[in-house]
Design a protein around this ligand. Structure first.
Ligand code: G2I
Length: 452
């Protein structure tokens, strides 16, 4: 007796809201009204660096919960925070950020496993084999603690020198041997095979000596099968942006890695709103640019004191830069409009046709003698996908050695890959990607995709 009247009331409320939504839709096409929702229209995220100590501020968390679908800990997962004394780990701040991200259904970017700054005091005074062992233990322990929960890790941060050398920055980490970066990536992959593993740096906003040094490292890693999935472009920008910002992203994407804008902020002095829009459009134009993170929420939260470089003012009001980013995201429409990279070692179609409901999958291979890395794009058709499984058959002699952003069944012959927690939902017309590494020759045929 009580259920029936409630049902009627609910139906009326739903009908009213559908009607209201329908009226709102007229003239606004598919525009979404928050950064996260508008980025999600093309399968991307829009994130913010956040600080655990600010989560009790209701203005701060109000904006965070409303606008963003990815979070990065500004300091809480760094070495000094997570391993304050050797072998003794403290995850309180990092876990606080993680649970905030999980409560929002957001992606969580891990930042940063190894960085020459913010080393704990005990590590600063170490060198040689003792330091190398401590570094690798740190990577293994922290990546294991957060296993399965991190979308992408900045495994190594800021290891390249500024200026014209294109070489490595001197540090006690670097002095343990030039192979410290690849050793860190291998340790991270072993600890958390589902996290995307990124190299992250600044002053890489166009084609320059520093970005080219990093490009050459990534190319070498891909050629030798060192696990690397993404490159982070911090994008701490002043009053201008290099004209080749987008083509620089594109040349990295063509190596077979994702690219992400990881710490965006722009000085307010000049064309702040235009520069923000230019960065946003560049990411949208590069199919492997998976998302953008701004380095803080309000101007008062920024590390760049006095430059007012963010999207919200000190009171939490939206700035002109906010509107320009939102408009740029919405201009991209509900599907990813971009074409995949056509140069470099990535081959095969990367944007499969996906008519009707269901899902489709396609594979890009980066092969070398004796092994390969496969990137598989899973695309939704005309309806949103909630959970997916991709099946394929590996050629004889091929075996999986690692899988990321999916969970596999089987390692040889007929194998299948199931979504993980953060990439099961794909918007209509959108896509997600996972990958695997194997021995022998990679799969040639188009994989099958099943929803549910
Ligand atoms: O420096 C800007 C960013 C450059 N790329 C890597 C990022 O990790 C880096 O972030 C900043 C944080 O935004 C700051 O909040 O890294 C700084 C450290 O180099 C952070 O500043 C530090 C202060 O220097 C410390 O005094 C303070 O204890 O933040 C700490 C925690 O509040």
């Amino acid at each position: 007796m009580t259920i029936r009247p409630r049902f009627v009331v609910l139906s009326a409320a739903v009908a009213a809201s559908v009607l209201a939504a329908g009226i709102t839709m007229i003239g606004t096409a598919d525009a979404a009204s928050t950064l996260g929702a508008s980025a999600a229209q093309s399968g991307r995220y829009f994130g913010a660096a956040i600080a655990a100590g600010k989560l009790s501020n209701s203005t701060y968390t109000g904006i965070l919960n409303r606008e963003f679908n990815s979070v990065t800990p500004e300091n809480e997962m760094k070495w000094d925070a997570t391993e304050p004394s050797q072998g003794s780990f403290n995850y309180s701040g990092g876990d606080r950020i993680l649970s905030q991200g999980q409560s929002m259904g957001a992606k969580v970017r891990g930042h940063a496993l190894l960085w020459y700054q913010q080393e704990p005091g005990w590590a600063q005074s170490m060198s040689g084999t003792a330091l190398r062992n401590a570094m690798m233990n740190h990577v293994t322990q922290v990546a294991t603690h957060y296993k399965g929960k991190i979308y992408a890790w900045d495994v190594v941060n800021e290891a390249f020198a500024d200026g014209g050398s294109g070489g490595r920055r001197d540090s006690n980490l670097q002095r343990t041997g030039n192979d410290w970066i690849e050793a860190a990536f291998k340790a991270a992959r072993a600890a958390d095979p589902n996290a995307k593993l990124c190299y992250n740096d600044y002053n890489t906003d166009g084609v320059n000596a520093k970005s080219t040094g990093i490009y050459n490292m990534v190319k070498d890693f891909k050629a030798r099968g060192v696990p690397i999935d993404c490159v982070g472009f911090q994008s701490h920008l002043g009053t201008s942006i290099p004209g080749d910002y987008q083509s620089n992203l594109q040349r990295f994407a063509a190596l077979g890695v994702d690219v992400q804008i990881t710490e965006l902020d722009v000085a307010q002095g000049g064309n702040q709103a235009n520069i923000y829009a230019t960065v946003t459009r560049a990411c949208l134009a590069v199919s492997r640019c998976t998302g953008i993170t701004v380095w803080g929420i309000r101007d008062s939260d920024s590390w760049r004191t006095g430059e007012n470089p963010l999207l919200f003012d000190n009171s939490g009001n939206k700035k002109a830069a906010y509107t320009s980013v939102l408009n740029a995201l919405n201009a991209a429409g509900p599907t990813n409009p971009t074409t995949s990279p056509t140069t470099g070692p990535t081959t095969g179609p990367t944007t499969p046709p996906a008519g009707g409901g269901g899902c489709t999958a396609s594979t890009s291979l980066n092969s070398w003698n004796g092994g390969y890395v496969a990137t598989v794009r899973v695309a939704a058709g005309a309806s949103a996908v909630n959970g997916w499984t991709v099946s394929l058959t590996l050629p004889s002699g091929s075996a999986l050695t690692s899988v990321w952003s999916a969970t596999n069944t089987g390692t040889t012959g007929a194998v299948s890959f199931r979504n993980v927690s953060y990439n099961g939902q794909i918007a209509a017309g959108g896509y997600t990607e996972f990958g695997f590494q194997g021995t022998g020759t990679g799969p040639a045929a188009t994989p099958a995709c099943q929803v549910g």
